[in-house]
Design a protein around this ligand. Structure first.
Ligand code: PLP
Length: 949
């Protein structure tokens, strides 16, 4: 056996554990288990045609060599992406730390107080810099954040506006090109008409419900929008402002100018450009719109002891739970990047941010002045970081590229130059030398930065920001390091124990997959750099697309969508474009089984489709006759079916081939939600089964870490007839011949983290991937059998097997007064994160162990679940004072001198032996969700401030 095979590191169970596992399950071999699990007619007949696996060492060499093909030029391209300095302690202690990047979305607040606090810091930073009342954490990129702003303003139109079908949205021509493209994609299906123009010529007619402005403009001009906003308000036109976060340190905030929503990206707060992402976008608005706000809001509340605690606010109002009434489908966001950006603000504090913004501004002014002396003129009348220069673009480009410098070339005689935190005096002299060469003159050397300011006096920021303690005391590295560690210790991540979240596939995120993210020649490229400078990226992305084509059995892939839900949206929009191309534009019905993830109906609604829900039969499967009847009923208008496979019930439904046939016969396309692809890879695939398009969650199946709720990558893979419609980008052309407009801001979405999935597939190869699927199914069925007799599995396949996950019935425990949440909270005392709670069936737990967990960990988890089952039997509905209801137990509780609970401390906190060696302490007692929703606070105000209300 080759002991350096990556598969041996990735897959948990050891060879000598297998016999025991088989015996427990009641099979002789993996082959028998797979035979009993997967319907035969969907199995692939041949192995996936992938290149032989590389070892970790070989892969790291390969990726280093490929990285050398990326040319790292100095980037002054701007357009929403800037070189940024990732503070080394943030890089090492967060970005490269599994304690942070392997955590899940903080649904279980008691074991997530660390990242919740970090996200509250992020929200506070956004709220204060934008001058708004509330902010979320976070959205996917500036383009989609702007689209969410448009959708929110459309949604909150006044009754009059709705009655009069007011549907126009003004877009300033100063908007970033990629933002415009995303707005175009997102406006049409919801019935919004975009009107693009010069804001100074806008007529404020009452056909408009809203407008979006860019601040500063795309090539740097700082416009004074005050009178525009005043005039708009008078006509009940709501205003969104897309703002540059760093400029807001110097400029009057959009909130002070009267904006209703402010969006943008926090990339330049210490996040690498990464050839497009991932970066956290922000979204800030007024309190009155909180119920319509997309994404996740972190809020302050109290625990059962009345102590301050944090949690995700308004969870039951979360957009995707509104299903077909939702105006947004955001689920996975950009949590890890928001954590980093918030920490950048903590580390620099208000003074540090001032210094950085001043320096960036001074670099721009100094360069403009020096160019002026050279006879090269700059046309922005006021600017923060970007100057617009009149010069022969072709000559400048030739001279610049020879010096490894990128500018943005607006047209034949206009060059845009954006400055950033990394710009030095030497860089400025290099820029001057380029222009000297292009104009045949010689430039005087600059030796210091000017103090002249090029901002309009009435737009200079006078309000202060980030006064809170947290932004003013972690400015030495020791202090920051300890603060990060303190937060990290509050969070349960994969580096502590297994996280068996069904449908989320919390598998290993291998170090070898992660390392290249820190290599400068991978993380320092601007997404709009000339494509020939990104050869390494282009090779890697193309190979990954091809690997995903092979794995899904499809003909083409786009990596652009930044989450699974964005992939769903891309898929439906591609279907729409295809149907339009064959004269079937009227098709607008999406059939969606009742068990679907909430993002499915939300997405269909955003794509302008009408959702028709199909029934689930008693055994959890799609009710084929109901589906047939509805497909036939709607056959003239059927656009598609959205189906998850294996289903969210953890079963490979044998009827899938029949289901797909029904949809095709009635003129529809089949969209497969690939969140459960971990149960398919190497055994079957959507192409083979007959679907037309699927999305993949690279952050589930393909090893990108969840990062506490993002980043994600949600590529779609499509059959041949849909390839021409894959999305493009307005700056760098990509996608198909009849491409739809952009889904995301960057041409290849979050290209940097695509490296992880590329590494995963390249190091596992065909055998390792298939073996991973085998072991995912093996581990799930092992848990199912070990828990049999203690917990019932709700649904199984025809031969009584689970797929890669299973749903445990917990509703009967209500007789003893125990809810499924009590089990989730009690698991914390045992050192585990709960499985998925109440999805897709209320009152149940959905467990997905993944292939990466070994037998010892599976047993530890099962022991905990069985021990809890005994505690449930001991509980009674009449007496709430028991270990389950009081869970989780904190260290403060356990060490109190006044222990009055009717069970021992040992039972409370150390119910099983292994806990003596490895105990995780929840940060707070059970949080009060209702209290937090009634008193929504989403910034770092002290608790007393809101306890008075
Ligand atoms: C996770 C998931 C989604 C949404 O994916 P995101 O990346 O969170 O947007 C959609 N469908 C199913 C079944 C999922 O499990």
């Amino acid at each position: 056996m080759k002991t350096d095979a990556f598969a041996l590191r990735h897959i948990g169970p050891r060879e000598n554990d297998l016999q025991h596992m088989f015996k427990t399950i009641g099979v002789d071999s993996i082959d028998q288990l797979i035979y009993e699990t997967l319907p035969d007619d969907i199995r692939l007949k041949a192995p996936l045609n992938l290149e032989p696996a590389l070892t970790e060492y070989e892969y790291l060499n390969h990726i280093a060599q490929l990285g050398n093909k990326n040319k790292i030029y100095k980037s002054y391209i701007g357009l929403g992406y800037h070189p940024a300095i990732v503070p080394a302690p943030i890089q090492r202690n967060i970005f490269e730390n599994p304690g942070w990047y392997t955590a899940y979305t903080p649904y279980q607040a008691e074991i997530a107080q660390g990242r919740l606090e970090a996200l509250l810091n992020y929200q506070t930073t956004v709220i204060e810099l934008t001058g708004m009342e509330i902010a979320n954490a976070s959205l996917l990129d500036e383009g989609t954040s702007a689209a969410e702003a448009m959708a929110l303003l459309f949604d909150v139109r006044t009754r009059d506006q709705k009655k009069n079908k007011v549907a126009k949205f003004f877009v300033s021509e100063e908007i970033l090109p990629q933002t415009l493209s995303v707005l175009q994609t997102r406006s049409t299906p919801i019935g919004v008409e975009l009107v693009i123009g010069n804001h100074e010529e806008f007529d404020f007619s009452d056909e408009f419900f809203g407008a979006i402005l860019q601040y500063p403009g795309k090539f740097g001009q700082v416009h004074d929008y005050a009178s525009f906003i005043t005039n708009a308000k008078a006509k009940d036109i709501k205003i969104a402002v897309a703002a540059d976060i760093l400029s807001l340190v110097k400029l009057t905030s959009p909130g002070e100018l009267g904006a209703d929503v402010v969006v943008g990206t926090t990339q330049r707060f210490g996040i690498p450009m990464g050839y497009g992402g991932p970066h956290a976008a922000f979204f800030a608005t007024k309190e009155e719109y909180k119920r319509s706000m997309p994404g996740r809001i972190i809020g302050v509340t109290i625990d059962v002891n009345g102590n301050r605690a944090l949690r995700m606010a308004l969870q039951t109002r979360e957009q995707h739970i509104k299903r077909e009434k939702a105006t947004s489908n955001i689920c996975t966001a950009q949590v890890l990047l928001a954590v980093m950006a918030g920490m950048y603000a903590v580390y620099h504090g208000p003074k540090g941010l001032q210094y950085i913004a001043d320096k960036v501004h001074a670099s721009a002014v100094t360069t403009a002045d020096a160019l002026n002396k050279l006879g090269v003129y700059q046309t922005n009348t006021s600017f923060f970081d970007t100057i617009l220069v009149k010069a022969d673009a072709a000559k400048v480009k030739a001279a610049a590229e020879a010096k490894e410098i990128n500018f943005y070339y607006v047209d034949a005689d206009t060059v845009s130059i954006s400055f950033n935190e990394t710009t030095s005096i030497k860089d400025i002299n290099d820029i001057l030398a380029v222009f000297a060469e292009a104009t045949g003159k010689s430039a005087e050397k600059v030796t210091s930065l000017t103090e002249t300011v090029a901002l309009p006096e009435n737009l200079v920021r006078t309000s202060d920001f980030l006064k809170h303690d947290v932004f003013n005391k972690h400015h030495s590295e020791t202090a920051l390091m300890r603060y990060i560690k303190k937060l990290e210790r509050l969070d349960l991540a994969l580096n502590h124990s297994m996280i068996s979240l069904g449908s989320c596939t919390m598998k290993l995120n291998a170090a070898a997959e992660m390392l290249p993210l820190s290599y400068p020649n991978w993380n320092s490229i601007h997404p709009f750099a000339p494509i020939e400078q990104a050869e390494g990226y282009q090779i890697m992305l193309k190979k990954l697309e091809e690997q995903l084509n092979v794995i899904t059995g499809f003909a083409g892939t786009t990596l652009q969508p930044n989450s699974g839900a964005q992939g769903e949206y891309a898929g439906l929009m591609v279907i729409r474009a295809y149907q339009k191309s064959i004269g079937q534009e009227h098709r607008n019905i999406a059939l969606i089984p009742a068990s679907a993830h909430g993002t499915n109906p939300a997405t269909a609604h955003m794509a302008g489709m009408e959702v028709v829900v199909t029934k689930t039969s008693e055994n959890g499967n799609i009710d084929v006759e109901d589906l047939r009847a509805k497909a036939i009923l709607h056959k003239d208008n059927l656009a598609c079916l959205m189906v998850t496979y294996p289903s969210t019930h953890g079963v490979y439904e044998a009827s899938i081939i029949e289901v797909i046939k029904i949809i095709h016969e009635n003129g529809g396309q089949v969209y497969m939600d690939g969140a459960n692809m971990n149960a398919q890879v190497g055994l079957t695939n959507p192409g083979h089964i007959g679907a037309d398009v699927c999305h993949l969650n690279l952050h589930k199946t393909f090893a990108i870490p969840h990062g506490g709720g993002g980043p994600g990558v949600g590529p779609i893979c499509v059959a041949k007839h849909l390839v021409p419609f894959l999305p493009t980008n307005p700056v760098i052309t990509t996608g198909g011949d009849s491409a739809i407009t952009a889904i995301s801001a960057a041409p290849w979405g979050s290209a940097l983290v695509c490296l992880i999935s590329y590494g995963y597939i390249t190091m596992l190869g065909e055998e390792g991937l298939t073996s991973s699927t085998h072991h995912a199914i093996l581990n799930a069925n092992y848990i199912k059998e070990r828990l049999a007799g203690h917990y019932d599995t709700l649904y199984t396949g025809e031969m009584n097997r689970a797929a890669h996950e299973m749903i445990l019935e917990c509703r009967p425990f209500k007789a003893n007064g125990i809810e499924v949440t009590d089990i989730a909270k009690r698991l914390m005392d045992y050192g585990f994160h709960a499985p998925t709670v109440s999805f897709p069936v209320a009152g149940t737990l959905m467990i997905e162990p993944t292939e990466s967990e070994n037998l010892e960990e599976l047993d530890r988890f099962c022991d905990a679940m069985i021990s809890i089952r005994k505690e449930i039997d001991e509980a009674s509905a009449d007496d709430k004072n028991n270990v389950l209801k009081n869970s989780p137990h904190t260290l403060a509780m356990l060490t109190t001198d006044n222990w009055v609970l009717p069970y021992t401390r040992e039972k409370a906190a150390f119910p099983l032996d292994y806990l003596h060696e490895n105990k995780f302490w929840p940060g707070v007692r059970r949080v009060d969700d209702a209290y937090g929703d009634r008193n929504l606070i989403c910034s770092c105000a002290p608790i007393e401030a809101y306890m008075e209300n």
